[in-house]
Design a protein around this ligand. Structure first.
Ligand code: IPM
Ligand code: MG
Length: 347
């Protein structure tokens, strides 16, 4: 099986190197790896954040492990050449519409959470974020108003087929968890959300064993810090999911801990930490590689059918934390490499 490794920008190469060491240590002889440039790194070398050879490597692969994209050097480029367009392009080109972002507290890290330890320890939730639509992919641009004022616009829309397929993903995910699904929208204000809610209710007829509830996104943001233990699976659109998943990460302890899977209808996936390229600490060995290492575990479980190998990685991460491994984001001082070493030792 082929795995494409796309390290990207900023801390991407550092965290990817640790994930690769962990994968290599598992001795999985049937995996081959192909590396390719993506994001600002690809723009600088080849003039485009998602060059055709990178897209081809991703298409050829059975799974993709992704680091991070984003580079301040590229902030002034036209939007279609910015590093972020690489990840958005991969999600769209490969129809990776279902983004699974689990958030669970490692007991060893309950005191790292921004929440009180007793509140944090109740968190065990999964955000299912739609990834191919919404305001991210609507018509957008800059124009002038009749009065000559500059105006930016981004169209938010979802069609019913897009909502239906993510709703099915979310109900299925809930069926193998605690069977509770909360659909998050802004139906009190947005037509996009009203359709979202109507379609989720229609789809719920196929899943009588799952308890469905609805919540407005502002309330969901509040409930996530007030009582996160109430959530099992949350399903939401692209923009709300982006925001709520960053929030969930700090409830768990650190954004350096959250892995994610972006899946198509056949289980092919791209796996990435939910954090970004962190240019402020790039190249300093300060980044926490655990979210990427845990993303590799998700990849083995969901796309490569190697659940035992995934278990081994997840247990090794827990053991490393148990043994006191802490990078700066977790209140410690270990380097990226030392964090990788701690996981390897536990393996
Ligand atoms: C994420 C990131 C991306 C997004 C950026 C890098 C385009 O924030 O994966 O959450 O907004 O989806
Ligand atoms: Mg984000």
């Amino acid at each position: 099986m082929r795995v494409a490794l796309l390290a990207g920008d900023g801390i991407g190469p550092e965290i990817m190197a640790e994930a690769r060491r962990v994968l290599d240590a598992l001795g999985l002889d049937d995996l081959t790896y192909e590396e390719a440039l993506v994001g600002g790194a690809a723009y600088k070398a080849k003039g485009h954040p998602l060059p055709p050879e990178t897209l081809d490597a991703a298409k050829r692969a059975d799974a993709i492990l992704f680091g991070a994209v984003g580079d301040p050097d590229c902030d002034a480029l036209e939007r279609h050449l910015r590093p972020e367009q690489a990840i958005l392009g991969l999600r769209k080109e490969l129809t990776l519409f279902s983004n699974l972002r689990p958030a669970k507290v490692f007991p060893q890290l309950a005191d790292a959470s921004a929440l009180k330890a007793e509140v944090a320890s109740s968190i065990d939730l999964l955000i299912v974020r739609e990834l191919n639509g919404d305001v991210y992919f609507g018509e957008k641009g800059m124009r002038k108003t009749a009065d000559g004022l500059r105006e930016g616009y981004d169209v938010m829309s979802y069609n019913e087929a897009e909502v239906r397929r993510i709703a099915h993903s979310a109900f299925k995910a809930a069926q193998v968890r605690r069977k509770k699904l909360c659909s998050v929208d802004k139906a009190n204000v947005l037509e996009t959300s009203q359709l979202w809610r109507d379609v989720v209710i229609e789809v719920s007829a196929d899943y009588p064993d799952v308890e469905l509830s609805h919540m407005y996104v502002d309330n969901a943001a509040m409930q996530l810090v007030r009582d996160p233990g109430q959530f099992d699976v949350i399903v939401t659109g692209n923009l709300f999911g982006d925001i709520l998943s960053d929030q969930a990460s700090m409830c768990v302890g650190s954004i350096g801990m959250l892995a994610s899977a972006s899946l198509d209808a056949n289980g092919k996936g791209l796996y990435e930490p939910i954090h970004g390229s962190a240019p402020d600490i790039a190249g300093q060995g300060k980044a926490n590689p655990l979210a990427t290492i845990l993303s590799a575990a998700m990849m083995l479980r969901y796309s490569l059918n190697k659940p035992e190998a995934a278990d081994r990685i997840e247990k090794a991460v827990a053991t490393a934390l148990e043994n006191g491994a802490r990078s700066a984001d977790l209140g410690g001082s270990m380097t990226t490499r030392e964090m990788g070493d701690a996981v390897l030792a536990a393996l």
